[in-house]
Design a protein around this ligand. Structure first.
Ligand SMILES: Cc1cc2nc3c(=O)[nH]c(=O)nc-3n(C[C@H](O)[C@H](O)[C@H](O)COP(=O)(O)O)c2cc1C
Length: 346
């Protein structure tokens, strides 16, 4: 994610570390605190359940996209091509990882658009990079290279601090986001990377005009743990290993306070039941990063296995359909008002 130095080795190291059990947060995302009421007479047929939705001016088979992960090295580009094929075939969106390394190396990921012509593609750049003198220009190039429908700006102050090469001066990032909203030819999403975006920050982001906030909360892939594994003096950061706000807490607070805003859910979504619960809590769409990577390259970090990854996406959708069926909801509009309850996480 952060790219202060030549980042090729780091990108590939991140892929390997993200597969390791040490990469998972010890605190869960909170989906088990959400209970949807069981409907004993669904009055619909499971095979007619309709997850289709519109997202970023494209039709999706379900409100899902593959979360921002990688790009910029030969291996990472190969993974992104596989993810593009996977997303196109499944009819779901694709967000790429930070494009800075690839653009600064003079390389391009424009082939992804050819592999995924009918789905939303979401570019990616760090907030800290956006705030630099050439940040807006870099963001324009990122959007252009991908022919992106939106760009996600990631906020990762904790990861940057723990990362040996990380950047700790976070001044002017909000102003840069405001500038990007005006200057870029596409919608701007702002996301965290696993520590969550809470209500106060979400308000500031919407106030400067961002289209959507992706909470990217605590409970899944944990970048503090991953970066701590790469640094020599990790003891300093041990109290902060599970710093952050669980995904469900972020979703619930923002959606209650700002129900009209576009909210995206990620961080610790384990399966289709969690994904459906995120939609029920107010998210427009849900993404998974680490779990898709694990399905694609396996625990051995092998070559992309599109069959295994396609099956994982099919299972995810089937679990979402089953959730709608068991709540007596024939489509997403019905499901959003299905009865259920939530125990706040203290
Ligand atoms: C290998 C890997 C690389 C990532 N790189 C980026 C990145 O470049 N930009 C970004 O915004 N998020 C990045 N993320 C964070 C994810 O988009 C997501 O916010 C986080 O992993 C939590 O979701 P998960 O629990 O489904 O993995 C990366 C995640 C993984 C697993």
């Amino acid at each position: 994610m952060s790219e202060k130095t030549t980042s090729a080795d780091r990108k590939d190291a991140h892929i390997a570390l993200a597969l390791d059990p040490l990469a998972m947060a010890a605190i869960d995302a909170g989906f088990d605190n959400v209970r949807l009421d069981h409907c004993a007479i669904p009055e619909c047929s499971l095979e007619d359940i309709d997850l289709r939705t519109e997202f970023l001016d494209h039709h999706l088979s379900a409100p899902l996209f593959i979360g921002s992960m990688t790009g910029g090295t030969a291996r990472a580009n190969g993974i992104n091509r596989a993810l593009a094929e996977l997303a196109e075939t499944a009819g779901i969106g694709l967000a790429v990882g930070s494009q800075r390394a690839s653009l600064e190396a003079g390389s391009s990921q424009h082939d992804l658009r050819a592999l995924a012509p009918s789905i939303p593609l979401i570019g990616n750049l760090g907030g800290i990079q956006l705030a630099k003198a050439d940040g807006i220009d870099l963001a324009k190039r990122a959007v252009d290279d991908l022919q992106a429908d939106a760009i996600a700006i990631h906020l990762n102050p904790l990861q940057e601090v723990v990362q040996p090469e990380g950047e700790c001066d976070w001044r002017h990032v909000l102003a840069a986001i405001e500038q990007a909203v005006v200057a870029l030819p596409c919608r701007v999403i702002v996301k965290e990377v696993g520590a969550g975006i809470g209500l106060a920050v979400a308000r500031r982001l919407f106030d400067v005009g961002v289209w959507a906030v992706d909470v990217a909360g605590l409970g899944g892939t944990n970048w503090t743990r991953i970066e701590a594994a790469r640094c020599e003096d990790s003891g300093l950061f041990s109290p902060f290993l599970d710093w952050g706000m669980p995904t469900v807490t972020c979703l619930q607070k923002i959606s209650i306070a700002m129900p009209e805003r576009v909210l995206l859910a990620s961080g610790g979504v384990r399966h289709g039941l969690d994904a459906a619960k995120a939609i029920w809590l107010g998210a427009t769409a849900v993404s998974l990063a680490g779990p898709v990577l694990k399905a694609l390259v396996g625990p051995e970090n092998g070559p992309p296995d599109l069959i295994a990854a396609s099956q994982a996406i099919a299972d995810l959708k089937a679990q979402m359909e089953l959730t709608l069926f068991l709540t007596g909801s024939k489509d997403l509009a019905d499901f959003r008002s299905a009865p259920g309850s939530f125990t706040p996480i203290t």
